[in-house]
Design a protein. Structure first.
Length: 467
């Protein structure tokens, strides 16, 4: 294969090429490294490229494939890691000017499991400071851009991961998701991104956002997403709140389809603006599920969900205020100004506000559990809007005021249900739109299965960003 073809291959395709000796891990990594040199200066998705160590790992993988002893289907596949996820030998920057920039001495569980599977950890991805917002720019690294249109944001906070995979800088990336931060950039860049059931992917060090935060895969295909989850979900004793162990091969039932499944369609969570292009493509995705044999019907979200925005913000801002204690006051002017503002709001919350938010969150989770006694899946737009210009924290609504666009994703961080975004297609603007698929707790396999069914019914494309 040509170097260009190797940069466009999925992880599963690379594995097949390695097995047939049509390509090698060294060739694949070399092609991606060469593309990164040309493309990354334009999109700013990678904070560092660890070429020497990655090439050494690729050579070791190449030797295993020659012996017919790969460690897993991901052996020799290049992967990049969001800078909020600790990676041995790299600075754990949190995208902040204030953090210690010395090299980390341990891998986070997701990184450790991928290395054990033979994946080649080659680069670090950009994030906003402490992952606090749904776009990707930071005082440390500047603005990250969307490969579909360089004037637009890839979303966030795992925007560097999304931009890298969409641009052909490796087929796999690890992101984190505290309010949609895997699903937002995956939707904005045309990828598959999974926030698994809380605790399914072990995490360490614990996020300041507690059980809102998840670590998840970002990929070009559902099969690759399942392959990553197989490895990333293996237990790690450092995770303080793990999900019950599950000996599950998430690739096993991907081709079972959706025939006979009951799917609830929620087009809008509350009185929010919904872009007509988004609505049209999600409606078409719902029709595709019907054509594949599922029973799809519009449903109203539980009334407890109406308060999700306020409940989420109370959790989020009160967690951010910890930064004001971690760093001395004389350094607070080095924070992203919006982060500092949010932290100060959190610092001022009365106790009653936080207690009320915790109670509301429990009631919301129970209400959605009951929804999943009647429906196997719930689908919705991942985001109500299309990618918007860089340099803004939110898109503008029809009234010209900032429009909070993350309500569909943050809801399921509160309830801890598994939620995957998968492409619904390209709008008339030529920009990608995602459909969110949500399942009951511990039914990550079912969400993946529905994503695979929709994917198989579509012709998917990726940005033609020239190198």
């Amino acid at each position: 294969m040509s170097a260009k073809d190797l940069t466009q291959a999925s992880a599963a395709e690379l594995s097949s090429l390695y097995r047939s000796k049509s390509a090698s891990p060294v060739e694949a990594l070399s092609a991606i490294l060469a593309r990164a040199e040309k493309v990354n200066p334009r999109i700013n998705a990678l904070t560092l490229v660890d070429a020497e160590a990655a090439l050494a790992a690729a050579r070791e993988s190449e030797a295993r494939w020659r012996r017919g002893e790969p460690l897993s289907p991901l052996d020799g596949v290049p992967v990049s890691i969001k800078e909020l996820v600790r990676t041995k030998g790299w600075p754990h920057t949190m995208a902040s000017l204030l953090t210690d920039k010395s090299a980390a001495t341990e891998d986070a569980p997701a990184v450790a499991r991928l290395r054990e599977a033979g994946a080649v950890v080659y680069a670090q991805n950009t994030s906003p400071e402490y992952g606090f917002k749904g776009v990707t720019d930071s005082p440390l690294h500047g603005i990250t851009r969307n490969p579909w249109n360089l004037d637009l944001t890839p979303g966030g906070s795992s925007g560097g991961s999304g931009a890298a995979v969409a641009a052909g800088l490796g087929p796999l990336a690890v992101g984190t998701d505290g309010g949609g931060s895997v699903r937002i950039p995956s939707a904005f860049t045309g990828l598959v991104g999974l926030k698994a059931t809380y605790g399914r992917v072990p995490a360490w060090p614990p996020s300041m956002h507690g059980d809102l935060s998840n670590t998840g895969p970002m990929t070009r295909t559902t099969l690759d997403c399942a392959l990553m989850l197989n490895e990333m979900s293996r237990p790690d004793p450092r995770d303080p709140f793990p999900a019950p162990p599950a000996d599950t091969d998430y690739t096993a039932d991907l081709d079972r389809g959706v025939k006979g499944l009951r799917i609830g369609l929620v087009m809008k969570f509350g009185d929010v603006f919904l872009d007509p292009e988004v609505e049209g493509l999600v409606t078409a995705a719902a029709k595709t599920f019907e054509d594949l044999g599922a029973r799809v019907e519009p449903i109203a979200p539980p009334p407890q969900s109406a308060d999700a925005g306020r409940v989420f913000v109370a959790h989020w801002f009160s967690a951010l205020q910890r930064l004001l204690q971690i760093y001395p006051a004389e350094k607070h002017d080095q924070f992203d100004p919006m982060l500092l503002q949010n932290a100060r709001v959190g610092e001022a919350y009365p106790v009653q506000t936080l207690v009320d938010a915790m109670v509301a969150r429990r009631e919301m989770s129970t209400a959605w559990n009951l929804v999943f006694t009647d429906y196997d899946l719930v689908i919705s737009p991942t985001l109500n809007v299309l990618p918007f210009p860089v340099g803004r924290a939110f898109p503008d609504g029809p009234d010209g005021r900032p429009n909070p666009a993350w309500s569909n994703t943050a809801l399921f961080n509160l309830t801890r249900h598994p939620a995957i975004t998968t492409p619904a297609g390209l709008g008339a603007s030529g920009l990608p739109v995602g459909v969110q698929i949500v399942a009951a707790h511990y039914r990550d396999d079912l969400a993946l299965r529905a994503s695979a069914a929709l994917e198989a019914a579509q012709a998917r494309t990726f940005p033609a960003l020239p190198a």
